[in-house]
Design a protein around this ligand. Structure first.
Ligand SMILES: Nc1ncnc2c1ncn2[C@@H]1O[C@H](COP(=O)(O)OP(=O)(O)O)[C@@H](O)[C@H]1O
Ligand SMILES: [Mg+2]
Length: 417
């Protein structure tokens, strides 16, 4: 790969300059400086394909936003730890990572934060430990919201939180989509780039439907555009047909400077400040800020709390008044005796609640409830029967409620989808 300065991918039609995405080219103004910081808007960089420029885009977009005075938290959410390495952390030498924050009761988000050599950027690092979280999370109550709860602890300190996802659509990525306000999808400008995206779109829609209705696609970023190939424009055109205005006007050209910068553990914006690639990521940062996606000044922390907290099933019993999740948490932590819970009343209240929901949510919540209620009943029987009882010698795997006693769940309070 050579690194000659490529020709501009623009054409001129009359007075209008048409940009690489086939739309009129805009100038994105230098953003105003901020006089206060936070609460952050959270952006997940997602594509289940590897090697499409997720990590490179996360680092360089973050660095460009920091140049414009934004306080940026970069979250490495890939067990490969490429983002951590790219920001100068050595993944194998890390004592505390995002894994510990998510899975260990006593570890706070701030315990894992690292400041980087780039001004304005902090890092929540990851290493191979994170791969275990995908499996461990499966049995957690509120398993999709674990990252969201971790980030909530620090979001007031930043303007933007960027999550670099691993190349999969598993539970870790669903956690990222649940924690995020927006998604950036990097796509390589190659003919089959769109193939993988149908599944990603479906996952985003599921998360929007069921967990995070405000999740937005901030933009599709065309990366590694190679001007020497004749079909680059054609591919970009197809991407624009599929995503319309969601495609960023900024495209990132292929250049050997990117891998070079990776080896140097630096963003291109400092490794080769004047390079086309550095300019492109600065333009992307301006475009993102121009779209209102780099911080949402309308949102105070309280509003964000209210917004992300699903109303869910609450109940009012003689000895308990509050969310059902809280009740489960109290039982799991043995602060409330299951034998004191009137399960018949709980079921009646649930039936009234579920009748207020639309069919799809009602089905989801009901299947959840049946599972939890059966476990509660089981626990109650065990406690009411004389000891020792053969029922105690259960050989089946631990139930969802019992696993709620895991450190991660109890550290943050139980939650239910
Ligand atoms: N615009 C680009 N031009 C050339 N190489 C790039 C570009 N963007 C990323 N790369 C290189 O491509 C490889 C994969 O990029 P990466 O950002 O790690 O992808 P992902 O995180 O999606 O797996 C890396 O070696 C990176 O340096
Ligand atoms: Mg990556």
């Amino acid at each position: 790969m050579t690194d000659q300065e490529p020709t501009e991918l623009v054409t001129i039609h009359g007075d209008a300059i048409i940009g690489p995405t086939g739309r009129p080219k805009h100038e994105f103004p230098i953003p105003d400086a901020l006089d206060s910081h936070g609460p952050a808007r959270t952006i997940a960089v997602v594509n289940q394909k590897g090697g499409v420029g997720k990590t490179t885009s996360a680092i360089n977009l973050g660095a460009a936003l920091a140049e414009y005075g934004r306080r940026v938290l970069m979250v490495d959410f890939d067990p490969q730890g490429a983002l951590s390495a790219g920001l100068g952390a050595s993944p194998h030498d890390l004592d505390v990572t995002i894994y510990n924050v998510m899975m260990e009761k006593d570890v706070r988000t701030r315990d894992a934060l690292l400041s980087t050599h780039i001004r304005g950027i902090d890092l929540l690092p990851a290493n191979i430990d994170l791969s275990a979280a995908e499996v461990q999370l499966v049995t957690e109550v509120g398993r999709e919201q674990v990252l969201q709860r971790a980030l909530r602890e620090v979001r007031d300190d930043y303007d933007v939180i960027i999550i670099d996802c691993q190349p999969s659509l598993g539970l870790l990525t669903v956690n990222a989509l649940t924690a995020a306000h927006g998604v950036i999808i990097p796509l390589v400008a190659e003919f089959f780039a769109l193939r993988a995206v149908a599944l990603l779109k479906e996952t985003i829609e599921k998360v929007q439907d069921r967990i995070n209705p405000d999740l937005e696609v901030d933009g599709v970023l065309v990366t590694m555009v190679d001007l020497r190939t004749t079909h680059a424009k054609e591919v970009i055109q197809r991407i624009v047909e599929a995503f319309g205005d969601r495609v960023f006007e900024t495209v990132i050209k292929r250049s050997v400077k990117f891998p070079d910068a990776t080896v140097a553990a630096e963003p291109i914006t400092s490794y080769a400040q004047k390079h086309d690639g550095a300019k492109a990521y600065r333009q992307l940062a301006r475009e993102l800020i121009g779209r209102g996606a780099a911080r949402d000044p309308r949102m105070s922390s309280e509003l964000l709390d209210a917004e992300t907290e699903a109303p869910g099933f609450r109940l009012s019993l003689e000895n308990f008044d509050g969310p059902f999740d809280l009740l489960l948490g109290l039982i799991a932590k043995r602060r409330m005796d299951v034998t004191a819970v009137a399960l018949g009343e709980v079921t009646d209240e649930f039936l009234s609640y579920v009748r207020t929901l639309d069919a799809r949510r009602a089905l989801d919540e009901s299947s959840n409830f049946v599972f939890v209620a059966a476990t509660l009943l089981d626990l109650k029987i065990v406690q009411l029967l004389p000891d020792p009882s053969p029922i105690r010698r259960r050989t089946s795997p631990p139930s969802r409620l019992e696993t709620c006693c895991s450190p991660a769940c109890c550290s943050t309070g139980p939650s239910r989808r």
